[in-house]
Design a protein around this ligand. Structure first.
Ligand SMILES: C[S@@+](CC[C@H](N)C(=O)[O-])C[C@H]1O[C@@H](n2cnc3c(N)ncnc32)[C@H](O)[C@@H]1O
Length: 285
């Protein structure tokens, strides 16, 4: 076993220790989350995954290395296989001075959204009321509450497991005074209990964000507000998707002004994760 120099990359380290494998197939990096590493592997490396996991654990000096095979269900449960080390249990991931506790075998935490979390927090104005419709464990809520100065964030989550961590993370970050977690379906809660309260609505979800758009619009204050609409777009089809969302907003009886859109990350070979910031207000009858 070769020793690791701090300048060596994971791919180089794996290639040195596994000289029989095609270097081009080896992963360049793993995602590091609260003391564990999460790897994606090309299918050709399936038979070598445990050895790669073991080497990755040594390389990063982490407690455990997992292989991610995908995410499933409405609740976005990660499908992980432990390759090396001990089961992680609960971890605390830290980012921009915020702490996020979660069980990575049960719940998603996407490192690729890291800049978007910071960008969003920087947009929140003093005294704003925000509705976070797909709150998860507080991925967007916590940075907005910690780094900005909102009056209130209503954070809605349907999965009781994620909701439990959302509650914990609110306490862990000392933002109980400004965050109100709510367990339930955001499509009902935003359009009924939170009707007309929000300056800003965050829709951090894929595969069906559109279905929750009518509820997001209803949650906006009568004078209007901003919606951050997340979805997956076909590569090259990002503007088309944004156009479609704008048309839908208009169709629902609201004026829509596009403040901007950005690619958050590449999601797969064919799709990008996109967010559109839309200023919307109910049209007068
Ligand atoms: C993938 S996570 C994203 C968390 C965070 N918004 C982000 O973008 O990093 C999506 C979350 O939305 C929750 N969810 C899905 N449908 C929902 C609904 N109808 N109402 C409230 N939460 C929902 C899931 O349980 C999951 O925790």
């Amino acid at each position: 076993m070769k020793t690791v120099s701090p300048r060596v990359k994971l791919k180089d380290y794996l290639a040195e220790n596994l000289p029989n494998l095609d270097r081009g197939l080896l992963p360049s990096r793993a995602k590091l989350l609260g003391g564990i590493a999460v790897l994606r592997l090309r299918p050709e490396l399936e038979a070598h995954r445990f050895r790669i996991g073991e080497l990755t654990r040594r390389f990063y000096k982490v407690k455990a290395v997992y292989l991610i095979r995908g995410v499933e269900g409405v609740e976005r449960r990660p499908v992980l296989e432990l390759l090396s080390g001990e089961r992680a249990g609960e971890i605390v991931h830290r980012e921009y001075g915020c702490a996020f506790k979660l069980d990575p075998e049960e719940l998603m935490f996407c490192l690729g959204n890291s800049f978007e979390r910071l960008r969003l927090a920087a947009l929140v104005g003093d005294g704003e009321v925000v509705v976070d419709m797909f709150a998860g464990v507080g991925q967007f809520t916590i940075p907005m509450a910690v780094l900005a100065n909102p009056r209130k964030i209503f954070s809605i989550e349907i999965n009781p497991k994620a909701y439990r961590y959302l509650l914990e993370n609110v306490k862990l970050n000392g933002v109980e005074d400004r965050v109100q977690p709510i367990l339930g379906d955001c499509r009902e809660i935003a359009s009924e209990k939170l009707k007309g309260v929000a300056d800003r609505v965050v829709m951090g979800y894929f595969w069906g964000t559109m279905k929750a758009l009518p509820a997001a619009l209803k949650a906006l204050k009568p004078e209007g507000g901003i919606i951050h609409f997340h979805e997956l777009a076909r590569r090259g089809g990002e503007e088309e998707l944004v156009e479609e969302v704008m048309e839908k907003v208009e169709e629902l009886g609201y004026s829509a002004r596009l403040l901007g859109w950005r690619k958050v990350k590449s999601y797969s070979r064919t799709r990008n994760h996109v967010v559109a910031d839309i200023l919307a207000a109910k049209r007068k009858a």
